[in-house]
Design a protein around this ligand. Structure first.
Ligand code: UD1
Length: 367
């Protein structure tokens, strides 16, 4: 019996692994699939809610790493994940996305000569000030197998000289989760709870260090939100990093001056999906939300200078906006007054990516 361990650590990982776990179930005669949660994210709202919403089982391994500097967090994951690998002796470790847990576990497994597969490989923002870009480059460089969500990922890995026999363009497991959870999202009571109508509000998320760690930048964003909230409801589920910085930088008054700003706790997957699907438009600096809004056909304004997910702009409903005051105000004006940006769903974002990945793993990689 072969053994595969998939690693999750932070919020954006859970929806990428949940469909893999379900797809592996059909191969239970050939291999056992286990989940290792590093505990990079640990709040109930940042972690447990996703396990419930995505019907994921309790992880087999929980490392309880928590927060810290990049070096501390990455190092702690490595130390603890090494113990898991030595005890469990997996035949393959699957890592997803680009968070610190992703690179930490890839490094650990590959130095123990355990095969590794990176799901969502090949994406590049070409901005090395983003910690995720370092994680993406390093993870791809040492992974044995790469599973790819969009054409740019294929192009980037080809450019880097990755073995073409070991890279597979399979689509997007995050969109598998979206398909899976949409019926549940239809039942969500979150709009009613907040007193909102479909298409009657703007959904906002910001948590990137480049937008929320610097006082001036965060203040500028909150001023724009305050002004927009004079005429529009804004739903703003606040990441713990953003909440801490609003307080630390003394900016709570801007929130208090925003009449129709709903500052709420980070939402679970199902409620957040309901909020995305019904938003007039979304403003974000997230990676995954760019893809989810494209899959849902909802316009997205991304407050970043680069994206590692260019297909969301070329085919999808996403636009990149320089995160400065005049550009953001102009983009909001356009979103409110012009027709919605129309998009198409990228190739293979059809809800079956995890099926393709597990077929390849069981029939080609583990044999
Ligand atoms: C991480 C990922 C980022 C992803 C984001 C999604 C890295 C380098 N970054 O960023 O790519 O977009 O997750 O949320 O891995 N905190 C809590 N409770 C939690 C988790 C975090 O309070 O459950 C606070 C802590 O103060 C922590 C801070 O948030 O110091 C940042 O957490 P961390 O995991 O370091 O990075 P994120 O900003 O969440």
């Amino acid at each position: 019996m072969k053994k595969v361990i998939s690693v999750v650590g932070a919020r954006p990982n859970f929806m990428k692994v949940a469909p893999l776990h379900r797809a592996f179930a059909q191969y239970s005669a050939q291999c056992v699939h286990q989940i290792c949660h590093t505990g990079q994210h640990y709040d109930a709202a940042m972690s447990d809610a996703f396990f419930n919403d995505l019907d994921m089982p309790e992880p087999t391994y929980f490392l309880g790493i928590g927060s810290g500097s990049h070096a501390e967090q990455t190092a702690r994951v490595m130390v603890e994940f090494e113990k898991v690998c030595l005890e469990a002796k997996p035949d393959l470790v699957i890592v997803v996305g680009d968070v610190n847990s992703t690179i930490a576990c890839t490094l650990t497994a590959s130095k123990l000569h355990i095969k590794t597969a990176h799901v969502e490989a090949g994406l590049r923002s070409y901005d090395r000030t983003m910690p995720e870009e370092i994680n993406r480059i390093a993870t791809d460089a040492i992974s044995d197998y790469c599973f790819i969500t969009e054409q740019s990922g294929l192009d980037n890995l080809q450019h880097d000289g990755f073995n073409p026999n070991n890279m597979f363009f399979v689509g997007n497991t995050m969109i598998d989760s979206l398909h899976y959870a949409l019926p549940k999202a239809e039942q969500s009571g979150i709009l009613a709870e907040l007193g909102l109508q479909p298409r009657g509000y703007v959904l906002m998320t910001i948590h990137r260090p480049s937008n929320v760690d610097d006082r001036e930048q965060l203040e500028m964003l909150l001023r724009i939100f305050r002004d927009l909230s004079q005429e529009r409801d804004i739903v703003f589920p606040v990441h713990p990093r953003t909440r801490k910085n609003i307080a630390a930088h003394g900016l709570q008054h801007l929130v208090d001056e925003s009449p129709r700003l709903h500052l709420i706790e980070p939402q679970g997957y199902v409620n957040f999906l309901a909020l995305m699907k019904n938003a007039d438009f979304v403003m974000t600096d997230s990676g995954g939300i760019q893809e989810e809004t494209t899959a849902l056909g909802v316009p997205c304004i991304t407050l970043r200078t680069t994206t590692e997910r260019p297909i969301t702009c070329t085919l999808g409903t996403n636009v990149l906006i320089q995160p400065n005051e005049s550009a953001i105000r102009a983009a909001i004006h356009t979103a409110i007054h012009n027709p919605r940006k129309q998009g198409t769903v990228p190739p293979l974002w059809d809800g079956n990516a995890a099926q393709r990945i597990t077929d390849i793993i069981v029939n080609k990689i583990l044999v």
